[in-house]
Design a protein around this ligand. Sequence first.
Ligand SMILES: [Zn+2]
Length: 91
Amino acid sequence: MGVVDDMLSADRIPIWKRLHQVPEEVDDLKARISALEEKLGGKWPADVCRFCGARAARLVSAKAPDIKGNVRENWACSKCNTNHVRVATPS
Ligand SMILES: [Zn+2]
């Protein structure tokens, strides 16, 4: 083995060893992101505050469904202290 080959040996220099792992990690992360995007189906998670974007919104109360089946929900965000109403429609 030549000097250059010896210098490029992944086992001798930790950062090069780490770089060899990066493509596999990127592929893993891509797969995980795709799975999450598919799970969300283009929608926001329910706990995302629509004012500040934090995942700190919690359902405080909900009224009984109206004649069309719509449920009026009151949500509160503990991050920005806002309250907002969402209308959940039957699917
Ligand atoms: Zn908020």
